[in-house]
Ligand binder design. Sequence first.
Ligand code: SDX
Length: 374
Amino acid sequence: MSEQDIKKGLAGVVVDTTAVSKVVQETNSLTYRGYPVQELAAACSFEEVAYLIWHGELPTRAQLDEFTRSERDKREIDPQLVDLLLSLPRDSHPMHVVQTAVAYLGAVDPHADETGEEANRRIAERLYAQLPTIVAIDHRRRHGLDPVAPSKDLGYAANFFHMVFDEVPAEEIVRAFDISMILYAEHSFNASTFTARVITSTTSDMYSAVAGAVGALKGPLHGGANEAVMAMLEEVGTADRASEWIDRALAEKKKIMGFGHRVYKNGDSRVPTMRKAFESMVEVTGDTQLLDLYNAFEEDFVGRKGIYPNLDYPSGPAYHLMGFDTEQFTPIFVMARITGWTAHIMEQQAANALIRPLSAYDGQEQREVPADRG
Ligand code: SDX
């Protein structure tokens, strides 16, 4: 096998079909079930998009009412899970906390191994409804605060703010958050979704596949980048220091967080919408210094390398201005991507083939085990 036959990182390899979303490299466009993501972000709520991702069609008014009622009924987590979350070290990585909670939900579900449409929907909706409660409790315990119970009177995004901060902020903030959830919901065969599909391909259960996907999303080359962007901007500090900071980072061969993408080479179609949402947070908070830094950094780096921002570049500072701790940004990404992951898990189950590629061996030639091993 020659070097050229090895597709390192599976770059450019098409491994299966999907009807969930379409990423078009040439036009940098993204559709969910045929709808352009920026149109969905402009016209829909995250709840409608979650329904679309699972059911293939946008809900009617009556379907949406039933779907949101069911989500609101499932938000509460069982007291043992609350105790488990509160018992974890305060400095545990928040993605480990999320992963632990997902594994727990699997461990206490006597029907975890059931498959088929109804069973899959039940588990997917349970995770979708309970992940915000889990992430909010984790945020509060880190601040030494008691959990705030979910409210059935609030929509998905407003309820999340209520559970994290014990108050619902201005409408623009809730809407900007909802938009970020829509943009983060799904993105074809990214590393975490592919992880979920690999696990599903062994006929393992949905909880196991999601726990694995959480692990894959944690890394800064993938979902962990939204946190890394904010840490980077904080380290740079002000717009006038961007250029010098980039000089040094590139000299040290560092990857610049929030820039570049395996598929998009001329820009990520989600960025303009998220950038607008970030700008609306700057308007609400008056933090123009962060916007100046954001612009100066982007202009400098894109000018030098021709490598464009991905969704994590605007979402990191937007979440910061919404008041979230940097370490919670990737768990927030999980809350959105649970919709895409579970849709792919269902798709993988429906037309399964074990995912098991080949490797080219470059180790020792075959040899005999010596009788005398010294
Ligand atoms: C997400 O796949 C998805 O869809 C993911 C995602 C989703 O919705 O699921 O869109 C979410 O994960 C976004 C990506 C978040 N990660 C980052 O922002 C981390 C920084 N970005 C990079 O490390 C990088 O761009 C990747 C990991 C995103 C993509 O990497 P590739 O496709 O493996 O490309 P590469 O690392 O081989 O880079 C190719 C060239 C290299 O230069 P040369 O060696 O050819 O000279 O581009 C350079 C790289 O050094 N490069 C960068 C860079 N990104 C690419 N150099 C500096 N900083 C960067 N960010």
